[in-house]
Ligand binder design. Structure first.
Ligand SMILES: CC(C)(COP(=O)(O)OP(=O)(O)OC[C@H]1O[C@@H](n2cnc3c(N)ncnc32)[C@H](O)[C@@H]1OP(=O)(O)O)[C@@H](O)C(=O)NCCC(=O)NCCS
Length: 175
């Protein structure tokens, strides 16, 4: 089976990714979740995995941001919107797409580490892929102002070396 992995501009490829997002995160269900009202950043790039049989099967958004950690500026990569079509899961697509995202971040020499945010049911999935819990505090922007972001748990990846604790300010919307 042949698969195609593309890394495309985030805004330009949103129309391709949107139907998969809607299928995985039904807006009617999401709006009732504790994080349903959160305003998220738009991805800078997107990893899209397509197969001839199934079309788009997997998506990972990539974000680049200068954040602050304990008051010091640091350039990081983020991943978000990780999703695989329900009937295509367990085939390694998300693992491949996350690897492609991390590879893309490594190509940007300024990136020190990567961050993602996830819910408890995905902790094991990311820990098995070398992401580590960040046990400090995370702040971000929302339309109402700066807030502590604790709707989801932060996990970090050592592109070079990621901190495990301290205070992170995303200096913008979360992803
Ligand atoms: C999480 C998700 C992206 C995984 O996609 P996938 O393409 O099935 O992932 P892969 O096939 O690369 O990996 C699946 C493997 O991880 C395991 N796995 C999948 N979800 C897991 C979880 N939540 N916890 C632990 N292990 C998990 C599977 O058992 C499988 O293991 P194996 O490789 O030993 O067989 C997919 O289940 C999904 O879209 N979930 C809904 C959206 C979501 O929660 N996204 C994450 C947002 S942070």
């Amino acid at each position: 089976m042949s698969i195609e992995i593309d890394i495309l501009n985030g805004d330009a490829s949103w129309p391709i990714a949107e139907p998969l997002h809607q299928a995985v995160w039904d807006p009617h269900i999401v709006e009732k979740l504790p994080w349903g009202h959160v305003k998220w950043a738009n991805a800078d790039l997107r990893v899209l995995i397509e197969t001839p049989e199934d079309g788009l099967v997997c998506h990972v958004g990539i974000y680049f941001r200068t954040i602050s950690w304990n008051g010091r500026k640091v350039h990081v990569g983020g991943i978000g919107g990780v999703c695989t079509r329900e009937d295509c899961r367990g085939r390694g697509y998300a693992t491949m797409a996350i690897e492609a995202a991390v590879h893309t971040m490594r190509a940007n020499e300024a990136v020190r580490f990567a961050i993602l945010f996830c819910e408890p049911h995905n902790f094991e999935f990311y820990q098995a892929r070398n992401w580590h819990p960040f046990t400090g505090e995370v702040y971000c922007e929302q339309p109402e102002g700066r807030i502590r972001f604790d709707y989801m748990a932060p996990f970090v990846f050592d592109v070079v070396r990621a901190p495990r604790q301290g205070t992170i300010d995303l200096c913008g919307l979360p992803w």
